[in-house]
Write a protein that binds this ligand. Structure first.
Ligand SMILES: [Zn+2]
Length: 249
C-alpha cells in the first residue's frame, strides 16, 4: 500500500513539473501570424464597432423596405397569375359545356353568323334567313330528318337544296355542290352538299332559311332545340355567338 501511494505522489510531482507553453506562442511558432488584410486595416483604422453598428442600423430600414417591395411585387404577380389561370379555366369549362351542348343541337355548318335573320340586305329589304360564314367546301348538314323536296340551281340562291321535315321547309343555299336529289329521305345531320358561293354571293357562306307555310321565319329556333333535330327555343349561350367560338375548333 505504501509503495502504491508513493508512486501516485511521484506521478503528481512529475506532472506539476512539466513546463506548459502558452497555446498562442506554440501556434505562432508553427504558423507565423498572417498579415492583416486591407479591409481589416480599414475597419480598424476608420471604424470602431459602435460606429459600424450605427451604420448597419442605418442600412436596415432600406433593406426592410426593399424586401417589403419585392414581397408586394411577388404577391401581385401571384395574384395576377391566379386570376389568369382562373379565367382560362372558366373559358375552358365554358367551351367544354358549349361543345357538350352542341352535340345535341342541330348545326348546319360551323362558322360565324355573318348576317342574322331580318337584316336589311343588298338583294332584299329583309334577310329571309341567316348567313353562316363556314369555310368553303365544308359539309352542309341537315338540321332535321325529312325529305328533299327541291335540289336545283337557282339564279339567286345558287345551288339550293330544300328539305321538308317537322312541317317546315329548310333551305340551304349558295352551295358549291349538291349531294342529294329530290325525293331522297335524309337523316338528321346528314351531309347535303358543300359550302360554296353560287348565285348572288360575295364569299363562301351558307344561307339557311326556314319556311313555315312558305313564310320565312327565324331559323334560330330550328337549330337549337332541346332535342336533336327538333325545333325549340334558342338557349341564351347560343345567342352570344357559340358558333363563333366553335368555328375556331
Ligand atoms: Zn343570306
Amino acid at each position: 500500500m505504501r509503495a502504491r501511494a508513493r508512486a501516485i505522489t511521484l506521478l503528481i510531482a512529475a506532472l506539476l513539473a512539466t513546463p506548459t507553453a502558452p497555446a498562442a506562442a506554440l501556434s505562432t511558432a508553427v504558423h507565423p501570424a498572417p498579415a492583416p488584410s486591407d479591409a481589416a486595416v480599414a475597419i480598424r483604422g476608420r471604424a470602431s464597432l459602435p460606429s459600424l453598428t450605427t451604420r448597419l442600423q442605418g442600412l436596415l430600414p432600406g433593406v426592410a423596405e426593399a424586401q417589403a417591395r419585392a414581397l408586394t411585387e411577388q404577391t401581385a404577380a401571384l395574384a395576377r397569375a391566379t386570376r389568369i389561370a382562373r379565367r382560362e379555366a372558366a373559358a375552358r369549362a365554358s367551351r367544354a359545356r358549349a361543345l357538350a351542348a352542341i352535340r345535341h343541337l342541330a348545326v348546319p355548318a360551323y362558322g360565324r353568323i355573318a348576317e342574322g335573320f331580318g337584316a336589311r340586305g343588298l338583294w332584299s329589304s329583309r334577310h329571309t334567313g341567316i348567313d353562316i360564314d363556314a369555310p368553303y367546301w365544308s359539309t352542309v348538314h341537315s338540321v332535321v330528318a325529312g325529305v328533299v323536296v327541291k335540289s336545283v340551281y337557282d339564279r339567286a340562291y345558287g345551288n339550293l337544296v330544300v328539305v321538308r321535315g317537322h312541317g317546315v321547309d329548310i333551305w340551304y343555299a349558295h352551295m358549291a355542290r349538291r349531294d342529294v336529289r329530290v325525293g331522297q329521305r335524309v337523316r338528321f345531320d346528314q351531309g347535303l352538299g358543300r359550302v360554296g358561293c353560287t348565285g348572288r354571293c360575295f364569299g363562301p357562306h351558307l344561307h339557311l332559311e326556314v319556311r313555315v307555310h312558305d313564310m320565312p321565319t327565324d331559323p334560330a329556333a330550328f337549330l337549337w332545340g332541346p332535342h336533336r333535330g327538333i325545333p325549340g327555343p334558342v338557349p341564351a349561350w347560343a345567342r352570344h355567338g357559340v358558333l363563333t367560338t366553335l368555328s375556331g375548333a
